[in-house]
Ligand binder design. Structure first.
Ligand code: SAH
Length: 445
């Protein structure tokens, strides 16, 4: 779906990638200061990756710091002096450079390119929006060739995250607001407000200041604009821009919610379902459309309160008995599986256990333990939907952990589907980091 980034030598290729009339040519802007990267980094970039780590920069050729006008761009060259392209520069991050072009760009050209790429990103999402779905990720950072820019739409609100230091500028914010208003307005879904929401972890890594609490658009709308409702697969969810995780919800699971509902219809209709790590009830509410009882479990009381509000908003189409339990998932599963509890469908969607490579081993033990307990509680023919959102845990790792759990349970487990994130979170093959969400749909015989 997304065109893989491929370093290009021919200037101006990007301008031909759209059917729109060519944008006015930007006045030539001064090329950015250059930085030399080592062989390892240049090989990675030539293979289509977009990142250069700080440790791969030739420090002797490092440009003076403190001179960068926003957006902070650098020309990237290899040790032979050959241009590799232009990158956003993050002085305090381990990911020091994020490539935005294989050409030498000045600021004005980069802003034009950003606007054009954002238009294309939105155009790719428009077919996903319909009467049943008015929420999706409009821009997914590197996967849409705008590293660090994440934009999610929740009903009438648009939430923007600037996750790279080089994007932290008024010019970038204005370009985003202008494209969003224009493109969504043309589609008849003009946003009521565009808000900026920080990611606390990335803010620290990138050394970013706190964004202004004022909406980016309309000016002066104040805090009242921060809440709304949105629809996923026909179900209604509450949204509060000042609460919750990520930009608010787990839009990447949208297609997996629908798949879980369909598999539960086949394997667990009128049965008893369990949604572990349920957050605001994404899977639980989908299962509640086909199962008789659903239990959602999460350690966060605030999330369960929203889950309950979401249940209330959908009561007209949900007749299941649904209850929410605030508990530690590991403790609860241990107790219940020892006590012989039985379910017809279980969802496991834990937080990312492995945020770094070093944490993978411990994460795999966690996945195995959860899956072992879940498999022991499933009735014959029951459904297990098990997810990992850690990029560092690959498909083979996750499947091995679940297979090991199945062997110990002991249960014969059939793989019904391997699923990834929804299509508004595209994977780019040359950027392995864009693939993080894995969802296995299994039947325990
Ligand atoms: N399935 C959810 C997303 C889950 S995110 C959805 O589709 O929307 C992970 C959730 O796990 C968070 O809500 C977090 O509060 C919860 N969590 C983290 N550690 C936990 C633990 N040890 N026990 C129970 N819940 C936990």
């Amino acid at each position: 779906m997304t065109k893989p980034h491929k370093p290009q030598r021919n200037r101006g290729r990007e301008a031909h990638e759209t059917s729109r009339p060519p944008a006015p040519v930007a006045p030539p802007s001064a090329p950015a200061a250059s930085v030399v990267v080592n062989r390892r980094a240049s090989d990675r970039l030539r293979h289509g990756h977009l990142w250069v780590y700080a440790s791969d920069i030739d420090s002797a050729a490092w440009p003076e710091s403190g001179t960068a006008a926003a957006p902070a761009l650098r020309q990237v060259i290899d040790t032979r002096g050959i241009l590799l392209g232009t990158a956003l520069y993050s002085p305090s991050s381990q990911i020091a450079l994020r490539m935005v072009s294989s050409e030498a760009l000045g600021e004005a050209q980069w802003l034009e390119l950003l606007a054009e790429r954002l238009r294309r990103a939105i155009a790719r999402r428009k077919p996903l929006l319909d009467a049943e779905n008015d929420a999706c990720r409009l821009c997914f950072s590197e996967a849409d060739e705008i590293p660090g820019l994440v934009i999610d739409k929740y009903g009438s609100l648009v939430i923007l995250q600037l996750l790279a230091k080089g994007l932290d500028s008024t010019a970038v914010r204005e370009a985003c607001v202008s494209v969003l208003r224009e493109e969504l307005g043309l589609a008849g879904i003009a946003p009521a407000a565009i808000l900026e929401r920080p990611d606390p972890r990335i803010r620290e890594l990138e050394g970013l200041p706190a964004p202004s609490p004022e909406p980016l658009w309309p000016p002066g709308a104040g805090a009242a604009a921060a809440t709304t409702q949105f629809r996923l697969n026909g179900l209604i969810f509450h949204y509060d821009a000042n609460a919750g995780q990520k930009t608010g919800a787990f839009l990447d699971q949208r297609t997996n919610y629908a798949a879980a509902r369909e598999w539960a219809r086949q394997l667990a209709a009128d049965g008893r379902a369990l949604d572990m790590f349920c957050y605001q009830g994404g899977f639980a509410l989908h299962l509640a459309e086909v199962c008789r009882t659903v239990t959602g479990v999460d350690a966060s009381r605030a999330s369960l309160e929203v889950a309950d509000q979401n249940l209330g908003a959908n009561r007209s189409r949900i007749s299941a008995q649904v209850d929410w339990i605030e508990a530690d998932a590991f403790e609860l599963l241990r107790g219940w599986s020892d006590a012989g509890e039985r379910f017809d469908a279980i969802i496991l969607d834990p937080p990312a256990f492995a945020k770094t490579k070093r944490a993978v081993e411990g994460a795999l033990r966690g996945y195995k333990e959860l899956n072992l307990r879940a498999l022991r509680m499933l009735r014959p023919g029951g459904l297990l939907v098990t997810c990992s959102c850690s990029h560092h845990v690959g498909w083979a790792d996750l499947e091995a952990a679940v297979a090991s759990a199945a062997a110990d349970a002991p249960r014969r487990v059939r793989l019904l589907e391997r699923r990834g994130a929804a299509p508004d979170h595209p994977v780019v093959l040359t950027l392995p980091e864009t693939e993080y969400l894995k969802c296995l749909v299994l039947e325990a015989e």
